[in-house]
Design a protein around this ligand. Structure first.
Ligand code: 13P
Length: 288
């Protein structure tokens, strides 16, 4: 199946009270692990690419080529959206040109008027090209690829304004944070989420910072209208732990254990296990 935008899968998720996972990719192993897991579980999936990861993977065009090639050669038939994560205005335009099927424009650090203005312009471009567009209100806390957010709860009235611009999905800060949650984290603000959902109706809501949010909070967030959940750090931690174990056990020194196809295999399997666990928790298994 060719790349699809995220609109249909998210509308189905909202109506069916489950969430589609966005898993960020960093290289070939990541992409292959996520695509193969989605196919095995018959789940729709969104591949997230931050601007930093795009640069690391030699540019957005390389990413599009890799993902499209893999979908074909791995016989991936579940719906796959290739999505820019936390895009700048310029990054969004570059990904549209490179062939991404979905864009996030993160204008949350601009004054709301400027966020509205820029989002509006991108809504028109994405509509014309058949791409889905995610907008953001209220910065997500923590640090991701050098982008630091203070972590705040979005203003439901501002969420309604952005939702009414015709975006496909809306990310709203509800106390969530990228990366690991600190021990004194207050948890998600369900009060804010509920107020946002009431003002934005059918709009699929996006929960960033999916790493480390307890299962009961994830379930409650889905009940309150979250239809897309982003996970990045948890796959990185799983990959690093499995790779460290392989080396600490001296396996790279045994036979041809240094061959990257062997060296990276435990990390690959660890990403697969993490993605499977999340897809089961989000309820998107067999929803392709
Ligand atoms: P985590 O790294 O906390 O899982 O967050 C991912 C994310 O929200 C990507 O936008």
């Amino acid at each position: 199946m060719p790349l699809v935008n995220a609109e249909e899968m998210l509308k189905k998720a909202k109506a069916g009270h489950y969430a589609v996972g966005q898993f960020n990719i960093n290289n070939l192993e990541w992409t292959k692990a996520i695509l193969n897991t989605a196919q095995e579980l018959n789940a729709p999936v969104i591949l997230g690419v931050s601007e930093g990861a795009g640069k690391y993977m030699c540019g957005f065009k390389t990413v599009v080529g890799m993902v499209k090639g893999m979908i074909e050669s791995l016989n991936i038939t579940v719906p796959v959206a290739l999505h820019l994560d936390h895009g700048t205005y310029e990054g969004a335009k570059a990904c549209i040109e490179a062939g991404f099927s979905s864009i996030m424009f993160d204008g949350s650090h601009y004054p709301i008027e400027e966020n509205i203005e820029k989002t509006k312009e991108l809504v028109a471009i994405c509509k014309e090209r058949g791409l889905s567009l995610e907008a953001e209100v209220g910065a997500i806390g923590g640090e991701e690829d050098g982008v630091v957010g203070a972590g705040e709860c979005a203003d439901p009235a501002e969420c309604e304004m952005i939702a009414n611009l015709g975006v496909t999905m809306l990310a709203a800060g509800i106390g969530n944070i990228h990366g690991k949650y600190p021990a004194n984290w207050a948890g998600l603000s369900f009060e804010t989420l509920d107020a946002i959902q009431q003002r934005t109706g059918e709009m699929p809501l996006v929960l960033h910072g999916g790493t480390g949010i307890p299962a009961d909070m994830i379930k409650k967030a889905i009940d309150l209208g979250v239809s897309k959940i982003n996970v990045n750090t948890e796959c990185q931690l799983a990959f690093a732990e499995a790779t460290r174990k392989y080396i600490e056990e001296g396996k790279d020194l045994q036979g041809k254990g240094f061959d990257p196809r062997k060296l990276l295999a435990p990390g690959y399997e660890a990403i697969k296990a993490t993605v499977k666990e999340k897809m089961e928790l989000f309820g998107c298994v067999d929803k392709a």
